[in-house]
Ligand binder design. Sequence first.
Ligand code: B12
Ligand code: SF4
Length: 580
Amino acid sequence: MATRQGGTGAGRKRILLSGVFGPFGVDDAFGRKENIMELFHNQVTKAQGAASFRFHHRSFGLYFIAANVDADVTVLDFPSRGRFIRELAKGYDIVGISFIAPNFVKAREMARLARIHAPGAEIVLGGHGAAIEGVAERIDCDHVVRGEGIRWLREHLGQDPDAPIAHPILPTTEHQSILGIPIPGATSNLLVPGVGCVNGCSFCCTSHFFGKKYAPFLRTGKELFEAARRIADARGTDVFFVMDENFLKDKERAMALVEEMERRKRFFSFYLFSSAETITAFGVENLVRLGVVFLWIGFESKTRQDLFAKNQGIDARHLVRHLRDHGISVLASGILCMEHHTPDNMEEDIDFLVGLEADLVQFMLLMPLPVTAVYERFKKSGLLDEELPFEEWHGQKMLPWRHPAFTQDAPSKWLDAAFRKDFGVNSSSLFRTCETAFRGYRTLAARPKGDPNLDARREQLRQRVAQYALTLPAIAKLAATDLERGRALALDAAIRREFGPPSIVERVQSLAAIALALRWRLRLALFGDRIQPKTIITHHAEQAPAVLPLAGIVSEPAEESEEKPVARVRRADAQSLSLG
Ligand code: B12
Ligand code: SF4
C-alpha cells in the first residue's frame, strides 16, 4: 500500500503537470514546421499525401505520474501558451513540465511564465529534455528529474516510492484517421509495461535516459493480463499499443502472458516495439499466439550492421516477409546520415530499407541526443554543433553535428527522397497493411481448426481484412501511381474471391470511404496538412489507487476558451468510463 502522507485537505499538494504548448509544427519563435506532433505523419508516412496515417498521442508519462501520487493533480496536454497561463493562475504548489530536446525553448518559456504567474510554486522539469547538459542553469527551475518520474515525485512528496504502480486507462491515439476516414470504434488502448531498454544502442536516448536499465511497471504475465483485462473492459476494445521499447526482451514475461490469455480464453492483440534479435528468439509462432499485429523494428543500417549487435546474423528481408505472412505488420526503421555515409553509399541503405517491403518505413537522421554514447563521443571529438538551437534537433531536417560528407541542407533532401522512394516502390502503407492482414489470414486459414488461440487469431484477422478491404476502392481511386491502383484492385479481387462479394452495407461503406477520401484530398490541397491536437485537461483529484486501475477519463462539455475545442476529463470509476 502507498503511504498516504499527501492526505486530504489543507496539506494536500496541488500539482500541475503540463506538456509543452502549441501550436505544433509551425515556424515560430518556439518551434519549427518539421516538428509535427504526430507519430506517423512526422516520420513514417509523411510522403504518402492523403493516405498518410493521422493521429495524436498524449504525453503519457504525465498521466502515469498523476495516477501514482497522492495529490490533487491536473494534467494539461497540448495547451496554448494562454491556456497554460490561465491554469497557472489557479494556484499550484508544484508545476511539472515534460519536454523533449526540440521543445527546449518552449519549456524555458513555460518555466519563465510559471515564475511570474505561480510565484510560490516549485518548478520541476522532466522527460527526455531533462537530459540536456546544464539544463538546470539554462532554465529557471527548482528540480530537474532525469529518468523515471513516478518514483522521484513520490519521494519528493514523502510517499512510498515502492508502492504498486497504477496503470491509467487511456487511448493510445486521438482523432485517428486515414484517407480522411475516421477509424470507427474505440482506438487501441495504451499499455506501458515499463520504461527503458538494456541494449544500450549507442544512439538510443530512451535506453541511456533510463541508465540502460529496464524499469518495469508490470512485472509478470499475470500483472500484464490483469492490467490489460481491466483496461480493455473499461474501453471496449481488446487491442493494445504497447509503449515499451523492447517488450519481447523479457521472453518469460511475454510467454506467461500468452499462457494467461490461453487459460482465461481472452485473446488480446498487441502493437509492439522490439529488436530483431528478441523477435527471432521469441519466434513467429509465439508472436501469433501472443496476438502481435504490428512490430516496430530498428533495422538501422545494412552497411554498418556491425554497429548493432541486435541485428547481427539476422536476414532482415526474410524476417519481414515471414512476419507479414503471419499477419504481423512491420514498421522498419533506419538511420540516414550516419558517420560512414556519403552521397555515394547512402542510397544502398535506403534501398535496403525500401527492399524489405515492410508495411511502413521510418527514416531518421543520426541525432546525437544528450545522454547517449554518440553525443558523448561527438562532443569529445568536436563534431557536435553546439550552436544549433534545440528547436532544430527534431531529426527531420538538419544534423546537430558536422558531417564530413554532407552540407547543412543535404539531409532533408535525402530524407524526402527516401520517403518518396518507399512510397513509389511499395505503395501506400494502408494498402500494405491490408495486404499483410490478408496474407496472415490465409496462413492461419490453411491450418487445422480446434486450437482456441489460433481460432481466435484467425477470426481477428478475418475481421481486420473485412474492415481494411472497405478502403481498397478508395486507395485505388486516390492511387498515386498506376502500380498502386493495380495492386489495390488486385488485392480487392483476391479478398472477394476468398470472402465472397461485398454486402450492400459494405458497398455503401466503400462508397462513403471514397467520398471522404476525395474530401480529405481537397482539404489538404486547399488548407494544407496541419492538424493541431486539442487541449486536454485531466483532473486526478481523488486518492491515488494502490492497485489498478481506477484512473479513468470521461469527457465533459467543452469549456469556453480561445483554443476551443477543449476536451475536459476527470477521474471516474471504471464503471462510468466512456471513451470515444
Ligand atoms: C509518444 C511519443 C511521442 C508523441 C508525443 C506525445 C506528446 N503529447 O508529446 C509523438 C508521436 C507526437 C512524438 C513526437 C515526437 N517525438 Co516522441 N516519443 C514518444 C515515445 C514513443 C513514447 C513516450 C512515452 O509515452 N513513453 C512512456 C512514458 C511512461 O515514459 P516517458 O514519457 O519517458 O515518461 C517517464 C519519464 O520520462 C518521466 N517524465 C516524463 N515527463 C516528466 C515530467 C516531470 C515533471 C517529471 C518529474 C518526470 C517526467 O517520468 C515518466 C514516467 O516514468 C518516445 C519513445 C519512448 N519509448 O519513450 C518518443 C520520444 C520521447 N520522442 C522523441 C522525439 C525526438 C520526437 C520527435 C521530435 C520526432 C521523433 N524523432 O520521434 C517528435 C516531436 C513532436 C513535438 N512537436 O514535440 C525522442 C525524444 C528525444 C529527446 N532526447 O528529447 C523519443 C525519446 C524517441 C527517440 N528515441 O528518439 N513522440
Ligand atoms: S534495442 Fe532499440 S530500444 Fe533498445 S537500446 Fe537499441 S535502439 Fe534503443
